[in-house]
Design a protein. Structure first.
Length: 364
């Protein structure tokens, strides 16, 4: 393998995509040896194997800026690297359209990894037409769910390759054993947890509306873990509806597993996803999942409702019904949970990482 593999990930923020980035990069560097990462975010450097080469900016000040500005800076670094050496394969995790255009202008091979369902992309017809043209220029396009693969084919005529997110079960179980203080106050109340960036996509406001609706019918305690642009909106809603005693917010933590193990149910309220890691992690820890039936991923993970409860995307009333159903039918729900847990072999860590390796090596 003579070509150098360059991974393009301008902004690393600590979410599900980043977890996959760490796993994939650290696996590939042991197989391919020459792995370079272009990023503006340096604070997660310790998460990577020492053999991974970093191309970044010298100052940490740029990490304070928004994602789009980081894209711009990283694309400049990409052009500079291509001008030095065109014997590359670029594996794009972010800013895929821009990355593909630059690579094709300079005659460089590019593999694009799409992270979230097309429904979450721009609804502007012209932009979607441009997406269709550009995605078909990529040498290969990779997605992380079968439903996602079908959507890309239907909407953009792209023949994508599906590789599931690699799930490192042993690591999750090891991390959950680390001692931590209890985040829930009461053992008698139903414990509800949500983990995710506070954004329009993750739609935690929907969950808060449901919990407000449940206030008189259910004795519960809920915790939201995350950070993001809608934090102020969530705070405002909690204060306005007098929910601060029932619902708490915590910042992201390096080890969410010893917090996740404390809940009764995990709720995903997203408008769209790709293949949400957090649902897989909840199932590894034997936690019952209630998720929006959003494109794409939840339905696939929960076996179309045979491994958990799915509610209509955007409907807080349907979510309310599902939470109440769990509270009154825990034995039935535990049977669903067992079915979901048994199906997790599909996401096996080593099996899916080898698929990443084969994807790249076949392009060299």
């Amino acid at each position: 393998m003579n070509k150098k593999v360059l991974i393009f990930m301008p902004s690393i923020e600590g979410g599900g995509v980043e977890k996959n980035l760490f796993l994939v990069t650290n696996f590939l560097v042991k197989k391919i040896k020459k792995i370079t990462l272009i990023t503006i975010s340096k604070k997660f450097k310790k998460k990577f194997h020492k053999s991974v080469e970093f191309i970044t900016l010298s100052s940490n000040i740029w990490d304070r800026y928004g994602r789009k500005f980081k894209y711009f800076l990283a694309l400049i670094l990409l052009i500079k690297e291509i001008l030095k050496n065109r014997n590359l394969i670029v594996f794009s995790f972010q800013a895929n359209v821009y990355c593909i255009v630059i690579c094709k202008l300079f005659g460089v091979k590019v593999i694009s990894r799409s992270n979230s369902a097309p429904i979450g992309w721009s609804k502007n017809w012209l932009k979607r037409y441009i997406f269709k043209i550009v995605l078909n220029l990529a040498d290969k396009v990779m997605v992380n769910s079968k439903e996602f693969k079908k959507d890309l084919k239907r909407e953009f005529n792209v023949d994508a390759i599906c590789i599931y997110n690699p799930l490192n079960v042993k690591k999750i179980i090891k991390k959950k054993k680390k001692k931590t203080s209890s985040i829930f106050k009461s053992k008698k109340k139903l414990k509800i947890l949500n983990i995710g960036r506070f954004t329009e996509q993750k739609d935690q406001i929907l969950l808060l509306k449901s919990l407000k609706y449940l206030e008189k019918d259910l004795n519960y305690e809920a915790i939201l873990i995350g950070k993001g642009v809608l934090r102020f909106n969530l705070n405002k809603y909690l204060k306005k509806n007098d929910l601060n005693d029932k619902i708490k917010k915590l910042n992201f933590v390096d080890n969410p597993y010893n917090l996740l193990k404390q809940t009764d149910i995990f709720v995903l309220s997203s408008k769209f996803e790709g293949l949400p890691n957090v649902l897989l992690e909840a199932l590894v820890l034997n936690k019952f999942v209630i998720s929006s039936d959003c494109p794409t991923g939840p339905k696939e993970i929960l076996l179309n409702g045979k491994g958990g409860l799915l509610f209509k995307t955007g409907s807080y009333k349907d979510l309310t019904k599902k939470i109440l159903y769990y509270s009154k039918n825990k034995n039935k729900c535990n049977k669903l949970l067992k079915v979901a847990v048994k199906s997790l072999d599909r996401f096996d860590y080593k099996k899916n990482l080898m698929k990443y390796y084969n994807l790249i090596s076949s392009s060299m």
